[in-house]
Ligand binder design. Structure first.
Ligand code: E4P
Length: 224
């Protein structure tokens, strides 16, 4: 069971890595864009190497920026050379449901020795097929599933059972966290990993009543 940090911000990664809480980092082009990374592939490379060095040997996931099958393979193989702990994210299929991505995932894992995190998945069945293709990590977008009106916990329970029954090694990452509660409930349902936004991690840690209690101890310590 592990928590990953869903950000590309070095300061946030440093902060939680130092506490010994996180076991990996996930990014995507949207996260990097929002975090102010620029410079195209060069910018992605620079930031990914910084993160990889900071958290090694824990993994950092970085997503390809293309949906052309040949370019996906080329980029993924290039990304994998940046550091040993780089994991490459490939979406389950293209924007129009193109199916080439599955072959790309399979080739990267089995022919090219690249660790793959299959991303943008909304159901246990998509995750199962990605695991069967050989993916090391399978990312189920919990918050997005819940926003569609389904409870992702049901998908997590089913998926974990099937993976264990079939002896499939893929690790379930539940992503797209929206609430503090998500972390415990998704891990309890069977996720191997939940990747969480930095502000939610702080929300898990800090409690108003703990603050008040600590204040009481410190005030009384002075009076002793
Ligand atoms: C992480 O691996 C995912 O890319 C991320 O959690 C997606 O988050 P979103 O659904 O908020 O875009």
């Amino acid at each position: 069971m592990a928590i990953f940090l869903d950000t590309s911000k070095i300061k946030e990664i440093q902060k939680y890595h130092k506490m010994g809480i996180i076991r990996g980092v996930t990014t995507n082009p949207t996260i990097m864009f929002k975090d102010g990374i620029t410079g195209g592939l060069g910018g992605i490379k620079k930031q990914t190497i910084k993160i990889a060095q900071l958290i090694a040997p824990y993994p950092v996931s970085v997503e390809v920026t293309t949906n052309d099958p040949q370019d996906m393979v080329k980029q993924a193989r290039e990304f994998a050379k940046w550091a040993e702990n780089v994991v490459v994210k490939i979406t389950i299929h293209g924007p129009n449901g193109e199916l080439d991505n599955m072959g790309v995932i399979h080739d990267l894992e089995t022919k090219y020795d690249v660790r793959v995190n299959v991303t943008a998945m909304m159901s246990a069945q998509q995750c199962l097929l990605a695991a069967m293709a050989g993916a090391s990590y399978i990312s189920l977008f919990g918050g997005r599933v819940n926003n569609m009106g389904y409870n992702v916990c049901d998908e997590i329970v089913k998926l974990r059972q099937v993976l264990d029954l079939q002896d499939l090694d893929a690790k379930i990452i539940v992503a797209s966290t929206r609430e503090i509660l998500n972390v415990i409930e998704w891990l309890e349902a069977g996720a191997h990993i939940v990747t969480v936004l930095p502000n939610l991690l702080e929300g898990m840690l800090v409690h108003p009543y703990s603050k008040e209690t600590v204040r009481m101890f410190l005030d009384d310590a002075v009076k002793l």
